[in-house]
Design a binder for this molecule. Sequence first.
Ligand SMILES: *Cc1c(COP(=O)(O)O)cnc(C)c1O
Length: 458
Amino acid sequence: MLNSFKKIFSGSKTEEHPTAQYGKPDISREKSAALYEKAKSYFPGGVNSPVRAFKSVYGTPLFIQKGDGCYVWDADDNQFIDFCASWGPLILGHNHPKIRESVIATMQNGMSFGAPTALENNLAELILKNNKYIQKIRFTSSGTEAVMSAVRLARGYTKRDKILKFEGCYHGHLDALLVKAGSGLVTFGETSSAGIPKAFADETIVVSLNDEKAVKAAFKQFKDQIAAVIIEPIPANNGLLLQTKEYLQFLRDICTKNKTLLIFDEVISGFRIDFEGAAAYYQIQPDIITYGKIIGGGLPVGMYGASAEIMSTISPDGPVYQAGTLSGNPVAMAAGISQLTELLKPGFYKNLNSKTEEFAESIQRFATARNYKFKVFSIGSIFWFAFTDKESISSSEEIDPASMEKFKVMHRELLNRGVYLGPSGYEVGFVSAAHSKIELEKAKRAIFDSLDVVFGNK
Ligand SMILES: *Cc1c(COP(=O)(O)O)cnc(C)c1O
């Protein structure tokens, strides 16, 4: 989301497909295009979240009319195997019957009360019984809200102001973290959006991922001032920038030594890599963890959690204020309960992850056999298509922006072959439990053909 967001500001526009004569003819997008024209008169850029605007790929956004299992259908009745999965939440696929039924049943009793319900307890119990990295939680209505609250909690708890973040990690659209690195090893953030006071960005330190030296230098320069280090332990918003366990352990140790809190932003990785997320995958105990996406089963839920001691800083127990009219909304809680209950069934993650690994490996084998400059990076059920010959990419500086031109072609060729990926080469894809082997085979064939077009073999 990060880079697509930047791209919109740099104003790239739709162009003709340079290799259209070799690929498949374009599917009809007339109805989507008409809806988009209308939407542009209602919403800035015609959308309610910028990455949806298709600024980094060919054509105009597809308007989706329905989803079922691993499929979505657009307004022109084109059918796609979907790997965007609403940007991550739909780990069971679209329109899962258990989630749908529990949502409908819950709605029979009303939509929202602004008073506690047993459903909040039920979802909390399901989570806390099965996650040893957090003791107390608070539900919010989005990932951004969860991160914003976690940052405030860290500042309130440590009585310090500065936050250290990493270039290439996205944490939602809160002011404190919409900042990017300047030039130099350790920099104050430069705002990556208009409308953020410089004074806010001055409280955020930005360093490159996978760079111990820069983190050490920051702790030296800002001794006793850093409230928290925040990282996506599995950075998946700007490509898939896998970090080593050693690096994450280094962050854990330097935070402990400096009485700085370590925040894992697991809005994507939580409940995705494993029920307990990246904390369990790497076996590292962060101080605060944020969640979102999967937790709400497709409805708006976020959450942050920590030890009971740290969480006692939150109001009404403590001095850090945080609230929400719709927080813990019963319908959203019901969706979360249904989804997470499925995830806790034996073998769920093993099946999903091995299916994804097979998928990623066979695409890689195809590309390698044809000497294509193309890598599939993957972990759990997350994958990223990168037009590179690097064996690993662990910081955003290693991504070649020029390679995104190839993604643009691939994206269009895939749409024409019935496969829907998020509309930016900086975005990862998600395999869901609803992607059967048959559909993954179909998707693979579309991917192979699209790669042939991208690399001029067709
Ligand atoms: C999606 C995401 C967010 C923001 O969540 P929203 O629900 O979009 O506000 C924050 N952090 C990470 C790591 C994310 O992937």
